[in-house]
Design a protein around this ligand. Structure first.
Ligand code: HEM
Length: 400
């Protein structure tokens, strides 16, 4: 019989300042792959840690809803539910299909292929700007640059506004758990993003261009144009989904390569390894820890009964180290194939819309680092974000 509760497991905020608790995940996959996790002041949730279960739950939206309780772990009050339900992440089909169709055209691999040259040039300029100095704050000056530039570009923000967007997106994510951001009001940070997006939306209503914002202000959902709130929520999801995730994946990839200099050398010696190398950076880094679903009706996972209304949390970083799927899962191997990681989600209707964009950004940035800064090293330990949602690094001073 499988255990559903075990001692000594804590997957909530305090654990995460030291990085992903792989020791706990290894134990959970072995002893209690569907484990009931208490949650002080809230209902508790099922922690799901096996790859096959993450895939099944992600695909079965009819049983495991994104809409019923939204996709973050904490239970939401009515007011925040009303807001969250405007975000594509927190919708179920059929509404989800309609919203996704509005924007998916901007994110197809074909569209991203067109942007690849632009992404590579941006990555080159990022390193040009710091290379002579011999040192940098890696997170803000290197890792964060290409992702935020591409998002701002896609939204159509003017250059002067880019730093405001960068700041607001940091505050939005960090503010959930990390004491450094305890004074921050996430609503104010959201208001800042709203204000920036409203201005662009207003402009495109008057002066349409060939860009994503114009497509969105002109798009119709159920015969009606998206209102400002719907647009804003969409852009919040892009800013948060597209910035923090990719930036942190780049931070984590640097750490992986510093711990495995032989793997960096393999990439230098054989650039044809870059595609498998990026997939391995994604698997190993897993910059989003989890998303949640809510059981729509009584069901079971791996034989464990789950009641209607129960929260079910999928741990991607654990699924990515599942020994049933990956040989020697804790080894970092830039040539790993196959590599069926779930860093962009377990598939199904919510599969990451930005996956192709993120892959291109990670590859371009990491390639510049590996080829042009071969002796890069940390000058102080990385300062980790304390969050049970984003595998984040706040600051990481480096030199070369
Ligand atoms: C390494 C970088 C990234 C990671 C790890 C990541 C991770 C994820 C994951 C796990 C999901 C699935 C959510 C679920 O199943 O509930 C997701 C969805 C999404 N991602 Fe990403 N993402 C990344 C980059 C991006 C980028 C660059 C963008 C956009 C510019 C983006 C936009 C989105 C959007 C809009 C969704 C929601 C899709 C839907 O609900 O249909 N992501 N992402």
């Amino acid at each position: 019989m499988t255990m559903t509760e075990i001692e000594g497991i804590d997957l909530l905020a305090e654990t995460w300042g030291r990085g992903i608790p792989h020791d706990q995940f290894d134990r959970l996959r072995r002893e209690a792959p569907v484990c009931w996790h208490p949650e002080p002041g809230d209902t508790g949730f099922w922690a799901v840690t096996k790859h096959a279960d993450v895939r099944r739950i992600s695909h079965d939206w009819e049983t495991f809803s994104s809409e019923l309780g939204a996709t973050f772990i904490p239970s939401q009050d009515e007011e925040s539910m009303a807001q969250l339900s405007l975000s594509i992440l927190n919708m179920d089909p059929p509404r989800h299909n309609r919203v996704r169709r509005l924007v998916s055209g901007a994110f197809t691999p074909r569209m991203i292929a067109r942007l690849v040259e632009d992404i590579e040039q941006r990555a080159e300029r990022v390193i040009d700007a710091v290379i002579d100095r011999g040192e940098a704050e890696f997170v803000s000056e290197i890792a964060g640059q290409v992702p935020v530039q591409m998002i701002c570009e896609m939204i159509g923000l003017e250059k002067e506004e880019w730093p405001r967007m960068f700041e607001a997106s940091n505050l939005l994510i960090g503010s959930r758990d990390d004491p450094e951001y305890a004074h921050v009001n996430p609503e104010l940070a959201s208001m800042e993003v709203y204000a920036l997006c409203d201005a662009v939306a207003e402009d495109r209503r008057q002066n349409p261009r060939d860009d994503l914002m114009t497509a969105l202000v002109e798009a119709e959902l159920d015969g009606e144009r998206l209102d400002n709130m719907e647009l804003n929520l969409f852009f919040i999801s892009l800013v948060v989904a597209g910035n923090e995730t990719t930036r942190n994946l780049i931070n984590l990839s640097l750490l992986a390569l510093l711990d495995h200099p032989d793997q960096a050398q393999r990439l230098r010696d054989d650039p044809s390894l870059w595609d498998t190398g990026v997939e391995e950076m994604l698997r190993y880094g897993s910059s989003i820890h989890n998303f949640r679903r809510t059981a729509r009706h009584d069901t079971e996972i791996r034989g464990v009964p789950v009641k209607a209304g129960d929260k079910v949390v999928m741990y991607y970083a654990s699924a990515n180290r599942d020994e049933d799927v990956f040989d020697d899962p804790h080894r970092f191997d830039v040539g790993r194939t196959p590599n069926d990681h779930v860093t962009f989600g377990g598939g199904g209707v919510h599969y990451c819309l930005g996956a192709s964009l993120a892959r291109a950004e990670i590859k371009a940035t990491m390639r510049q680092i590996v080829d042009r800064l071969p002796d890069i090293h940390l000058t102080a330990p990385p300062d980790r974000l304390r969050s049970d949602f984003v595998n984040g690094i706040k600051r990481m001073p480096v030199a070369w």
